[in-house]
Ligand binder design. Structure first.
Ligand SMILES: Nc1ncnc2c1ncn2[C@@H]1O[C@H](COP(=O)(O)OP(=O)(O)O)[C@@H](O)[C@H]1O
Ligand SMILES: [Mg+2]
Length: 201
């Protein structure tokens, strides 16, 4: 149904995104971390957030693990539910970006089509895909949440990398490999990339 048929229309406020970006002294964008469970998305996103915060950059982390309790608490892990999970986050991130907040989104988001949908919702200009790359064997060894063990035992079904596919991004804006790399080095790599995109020129 078209919005005009639903009788919903937008109210335009007096403060533009540009006004907010000028006041914040930085631009906003969505940095979308994708990669296997245990690859390092949360670790890097939160590490970068702290560095950005300390510099006065307005930022927020949306982490798959946290949002499944509330906003997406009704969703499971079927293909449809994963797509809906990511769609909601993309819409929320878009709202934040329009309010000049840098968004760091950490979601496995295993399929090309789901990530393409995020890009479409957020808008190509504001969207940067960061591929946190790590071999599944290393992620499994880390097994930070014990989920790989459960997936191997068949207790968790449809587990990305074990019993469900992960499609590597073909053209990520940034790729960071985390196997055998110090956390701090990965955080600094991503931090520099993000700063280069959000600093005002
Ligand atoms: N270079 C690195 N970057 C990020 N995490 C790393 C790195 N090297 C080792 N790790 C470890 O890998 C694990 C990644 O876990 P996590 O960030 O929760 O992954 P994800 O959010 O992708 O599921 C952490 O225990 C972290 O300390
Ligand atoms: Mg995580």
């Amino acid at each position: 149904m078209e919005n005009s048929e639903k009788n919903v229309c937008r109210y335009r406020g007096h403060v533009s995104r540009e006004d907010r970006e000028r006041q914040n002294r930085h631009k906003a964008a969505v940095f979308w971390f994708t990669g296997l469970s245990g690859a390092g998305k949360s670790t890097i996103a939160h590490g970068v957030e702290k560095l950005l915060f300390d510099l006065g950059v307005k930022c927020v982390v949306f982490d798959g693990d946290n949002l499944r309790h509330g906003l997406c608490g009704d969703l499971g892990f079927s293909d449809e539910d994963r797509a809906e999970n990511v769609r909601r986050i993309a819409e929320v991130a878009k709202l934040f970006v329009e309010n000049s907040i840098v968004c760091l989104c950490a979601f496995i988001s295993p399929s090309e089509s789901v990530r393409a949908r995020v890009k479409e919702i957020v808008g190509e200009y504001d969207f940067y895909e960061i591929y946190v790359k790590c071999p599944v064997g290393v992620c499994e060894e880390r097994d930070t949440k014990g989920y790989y063990k459960k997936a191997r035992a068949g207790i968790i079904k449809n587990y990305t990398g074990i019993s469900a596919p992960y499609e590597e991004p073909r053209f990520p804006a940034l790729k960071v490999e985390t196997a055998g790399i110090e956390v701090n080095d990965s955080v600094l790599d991503v931090f520099s990339f993000i700063m280069s995109k959000v600093k005002r020129t």
